[in-house]
Ligand binder design. Sequence first.
Ligand code: MOS
Length: 710
Amino acid sequence: MTAFTTETPARAASVGTAHTRVEGRDKVTGAARYAGEVPFADLAHGWLVLSTVARGRIRALDSEPVLAMPGVLAVLDHRNAPRLETDYAGLMGSRPDPTCAVFQHDRVPHLGWPVALVVAETSEQAREAAEALVVHYEQADHDVDFTGEHPDAYPLDGHAPAVTEKGDLDAALAASAVVVDAEYTTPEEHHNPMEPHAATARWDGGRLEVVDSNQGATWVVGELASLFSLDPASVRVRSEHVGGGFGSKGVRAHQVAAVMAATLLQRPVRVVLTRRQMFSLAGYRSPTTQRVRLGADSDGRLRALEHRSVSLTSTVHEFVEPSAGVARVMYDADAHHTANRVVRRDVPTPTWMRAPGEAPGSFALEAALDELAEGCGVDPIELRLRNEPAKGPVSGLPFAGRHLAACFREGARRFGWADRDPRPGLRRDGRLLLGTGTAAASFPAGAAPSTATATAYPDGTFTVRISAADIGTGARTALTLVAADALQVSPERVRVRIGDSDFGPAMIAGGSMGTRSWSWAITVAAGELRERLALGAEIPAEGITVRSDTAAAIGALAPAERHSFGAQFAEVSVDVTTGEVRVRRMLGIFAAGRIVNPLTARNQFLGGMIWGISMALHEEAVRDRASGGHVGADLAGYHVATHADVPRIEADWIDDTDPDDPVGIKGIGEIGIVGAAAAIANAVWHATGVRHRSLPIRPDRVIAAGASGV
Ligand code: MOS
C-alpha cells in the first residue's frame, strides 16, 4: 500500500476556507484542560500573599503561626527563597519585570507586590493560611498620581526610538490655515483574560516541567532558565490550552513562585492567580495623556504634525506605551514630531496589552484628524485620502502594501457614508441624538524566526509540531489549514500539536506575529517533507520527520514599512439627559494579509472592535490615591462591554495577500481594536457637537458636556 498520496491541487486549498476550531469539541465537552486543571499526583498548592501598603519595607512576617495551620507545608519569602539571576536579556532584549523575580528583597514598590507564598496540601488551606499571614511593614509615602502636569516625564525608547523629529514645527503650524491643538487622555485598562494565570511546576528526572498558561512556551523557558540559572534544555514548559492572554501572559510571579516551592518541597506545586491578584500582577495598559497638534492648509493637507504621549511606569521597571508611534506610520507632514515619555510612580509595571501604543495612540490621532476635518470643512475620509503618504513618514521606507484607501472606499460603500451630513447635532430619534464616525487603523505586520517539525506516518496521516500558543485566536486551526495546504492533503489528515517547548523554539503569540511566524516554519517543514515523500521514500513506523528553521529566510526580508490597515465605522445614539452612549452599528474593513480561516479571523477582528467599544465607553481602572490600590479590582468594579453593549457589528476584509510571506499572511490579532474608540468618539461628536477627548465617554461626562448645536 502506498502510504502517501497527494490529493488533487483543487483539494489542497484549505487556507481561506471557514473551519471550526479543531479543539472545539474538546473545549465544549471539558476534555480540554487548562493549566490550573491538569492533574498531578502529590500536588501541593501555593497562594501568593500581596502587600497591603503601596511603598515601604517588610519589617517582619509572622510565619510561625501560619506554619502551624492545617495542611501548611511552607512559607516562602525574601528570607528563605532561592536567589534569582535578574541581569539578563530576555525576550527581544528586554529585562524581566522584577515583579516576577519574587522574594529577593524586603522592599515594597507598590500595593499588591508579592511578599510571600504559602504552600499547603489544598488550595483552600493555602488560601486560608495566606490570608492569616500577618506582615508588618515600615510604610513610606507613596505617589500613584497620573493626572495633570508631568514635569518628571522623560523620553523612553521602546522597540522604537522615543523621539522622532523632522522639520520646524512652530513655523509649519504658524503657516497653517487650520490648526488643531488638543489633549486626549486614556485611563488605566486591564486585560483580564477569562482564564486566570496559572502554573504548576515540578521536577521530573532532573528536568523542570512547568504546565502553564502563557503566550509562548519558548519565552517562558528562556526566562525561567535565566532566572534560576538552569540550562534551557533542562526546562520544559507546556501550555496546551490558553484562555486568553492579550499581552499579559509572559513570565509572572506565579510561575517563579511555583518553581521555587517545587524546588524546596520536591513535589509538584500549583499557583493560580485570583481575579483580584491579576490587577496588580498581570500587567495592564498604562493610562496616557497625549497632545496632538495638527496644522493644515485649508484643503486639509498637513503641514505640521506633532504627537506627544506620556504614559506611566513603575519604580522597578521601565515600560513605555508607545502611543505616538502610530503617527510615524499614518500621516506625513513637512514638520513631523513624535515623542513617547514616561513618568515613574509607585504602581505595578504596565505591559503589552492588545495593540500596545496603537490602541490609545489611534484614539488621540484619529480623533484629532476628525477635528481637523471639521476645521477644514473636508469629509473625514477625504481628509485622510489627501494625506496618504507615499513612503514611511519617518523611516522613508516604501510601504509593503498599504491599502488604507481601499478599506475606506469599501467601508464607506457598505456603511452608507456617502449621504452623511457632516454637521453635528442634527439627527434625532426621539430624545436620542444620532451620529456616525470613522477612523483609520494600522498595526505592524511582522514575522519572527521559528522552528517546526512535520512528520509523515505510514497510515497517511501527518503530525506537525510547533511550540505555538493558541490563546483563543484559533491559531491551532489556522495552522492545521496551512499545514494541509503545504502537504497538499485535506486537514483531516493533519494533527497540529502546539504548546510544548520541547517542540523547539518558536515565536510567541504576540505582536500579531504568531500565526504568520508559525505558518512560515510549518510551510517550510511540510514542503520539504512533501518533496521527500514525492521521491518515493519508504515511511517507517516512527514516521519521517523534517525540521525547519526560518531564521535565515526572515532575516533576509528587505526593509520596508510592513503593516496591516483598516477603516472603522460606528453609529451611536446619545441620550444627553442620562448620558448614555450606545453603539448602534459598527463596521470594520481590514487589509491584513491573506485570511487563513475566515471564521476565526472574523472572530479576531470583532473581538478587537468590541474591545474598542469597551475602551470608548466602559473601561477604566480607578486608582485610590490614599491606598495606592484600585477601587473595585474585579469584574464587577471594572466595567467591560457585554453582550447588551454590542450592536450590529461586522468585520470584513479586502484582498491583501502579502507577497513576502509564503502563505501571504500579515497578522490580524491586534488591528481590530485600533481606531475603534476614535470612530465611536467621532460619532459622539457628530451626534452631539461636543468633543469627548477623555476615555471612557462615561454618562457623567456626557451629561456634564451636554450637547451643542441642537
Ligand atoms: Mo499582544 S499585546 O502582542 O499579546
